[in-house]
Design a protein around this ligand. Structure first.
Ligand SMILES: Cc1ncc(COP(=O)(O)O)c(C=O)c1O
Length: 462
């Protein structure tokens, strides 16, 4: 087996979508029991948390697995093969992200890891600007820096104006970084990344794009969006093998202390006369990849990027748009269901929709969708507490009690429910979801539920 043979296996397994067919994913035939009796195929509608593995990614990993070996400096054939695959994965990702000359692709564990790595690499005195609407992974890593939190905007234009205003008022001309999401993990809404990048650069700031929710749905080009870095996770991109990416400008990364100190990051280590140790660190991406690299994770992530690009993001987005319309149109005449949005119901979005249901708390509603319909969604505050506070009003709570009062009609709610889907979602799952929501709102749950460890679960004690 050689790298080119593995590439050929991968190409042969590629499934050309017919335009309206979902891409094959693992778990598509899994059945789950219903509390009311019988079994149904599981409707995984929580892609925004973690998407199922693409069959193609799984096949690629399975084809490579027997040839798995240590990465970097192993003398054996399989070590050399694995090293080549790891570095090829880096090149594939760089190509698909349309990286510029000199950009680096660092393999990390996840988006959270990537943004924490960048936070650890900020130059001294860097000012950071971030909207309060961000996922906690983009909101919290900057606590060692001077951070300006911007209020939730009510339109993309206002987001750009608010950023321009904040940057114009900044108190120094030192380094500055803007961190912004490409697509919200709560509302699914697309943010005006290109315009925010232009605003950042006009004021001498840099910008990092949190593409955790964008990359699974749209092509991301660093060059075209003109962002300085992009971060995303393999497990949201149909490659759940523990790898993520931070890609972009090399200078801050090269000048920073290694994120982790250890083998792989160091080029030369010598004992000093005084008994201490001197280290020369790598300048390449390896500087921040100390320890044994996750070659399977990187390989899987590159395979997923290729598979999505080959399927065509335009085709995938058109199909997803149709599924979004199925949800919106199917629930348009159910006034108890209120969708959450910052930019308005018709704002462009990816397949991520959050809503509250009058009279229900989210935990109870999500439990009924699972137990009575075999549908997996998410409830709570989605690791975006300030945004949920802005969207729900009042004092929302993560982890709902079954008995807690639900959303007041037209008013505040304790928590929300999120439905999310993507390239592997069959129409039937979304149609079942719409039918289930309508039945639950109109007829109520058919089972009783109780709270266990802060989660609402079917009461099977009777
Ligand atoms: C917008 C956004 N950013 C960052 C993250 C963090 O991703 P991870 O948990 O893979 O680090 C998530 C996860 O839900 C997200 O939705």
């Amino acid at each position: 087996m050689s790298v080119s043979t593995l590439a050929a296996v991968s190409a042969a397994d590629a499934v050309a979508p017919s335009g309206c067919a979902p891409l094959p994913v693992l778990g598509r035939d899994v059945t789950v029991p219903l509390v009311t009796g019988g079994e149904v195929t599981y409707a995984a509608l929580d892609y925004a948390a973690s998407a199922p593995a693409l069959q193609r990614v799984w096949d690629d990993v399975a084809a490579y697995a027997p040839y798995y070996g240590s990465v970097h400096r192993g003398a054996g054939y399989l070590s050399q093969l694995s090293t080549e695959l790891f570095e090829n994965a880096r090149r594939t990702v760089a190509g698909l992200l349309d990286c510029r000359d000199g950009d680096q692709v660092v393999f990390t564990r996840s988006t959270t890891d990537s943004l924490n790595l960048l936070a650890a690499a900020l130059p001294d005195d860097c000012q950071v600007f971030v909207f309060e609407t961000e996922h906690h992974a983009a909101l919290l890593p900057w606590r060692g820096a001077r951070v300006t939190f911007l209020d939730a905007p009510d339109s993309p234009e206002q987001a750009v104006r608010a950023l321009e205003h904040a940057l114009a008022a900044r108190d120094s001309h030192g380094p500055a970084l803007v961190c912004v999401t490409g697509a919200s993990n709560v509302t699914g809404e697309l943010w005006p990344v290109r315009e925010l990048a232009a605003a950042a650069h006009a004021h001498g700031a840099r910008i990092v794009l949190d593409a955790a929710q964008l990359a699974p749905h749209h092509a991301v080009s660093l060059r075209e969006l003109d962002v300085d870095w992009v971060a995303f996770s393999g497990h949201k991109l149909y490659a759940p093998f523990g790898a993520g990416v931070l890609a972009g400008r090399a200078d801050w990364l090269r000048e920073a202390e290694p994120y982790l100190a250890g083998g792989g990051a160091s080029r030369k280590v010598t004992r000093r006369e005084d008994g201490g140790v001197d280290v020369q660190w790598h300048d390449s991406a390896a500087r921040h990849e100390a320890g044994s690299p996750n070659v399977i994770g990187a390989y899987a992530l590159a395979s997923a990027c290729k598979a999505l690009a080959e399927a065509g993001f335009g085709t995938l987005a058109a199909r997803e748009e149709r599924l979004i319309r199925t949800v919106r149109d199917g629930l348009a005449d159910v006034p108890e269901v209120r969708f959450l949005s910052l930019f308005g119901d018709d704002a462009p979005r990816v397949g991520v929709l959050s809503f509250v249901v009058d009279g229900w708390n989210g935990s109870h509603f999500a439990a009924a969708l699972s137990a009575e319909y075999g549908i997996g969604v998410r409830d709570g505050l989605f690791c975006a507490h300030p945004l949920l506070r802005a969207l729900l009003g009042g004092d929302p709570q993560d982890g709902g009690e079954c008995g807690a009062p639900g959303a007041a009609p037209g008013g505040t709610a304790l928590d929300a429910i999120r439905v999310s889907f993507g390239a592997g979602t069959p129409d039937e799952h979304v149609e079942r979801f719409v039918r289930a929501v309508r039945e639950l709102v109109r007829g109520g749950a058919r089972w009783s539920y109780r709270t266990v460890d802060g989660r609402c679960v079917p009461d099977t004690s009777a």
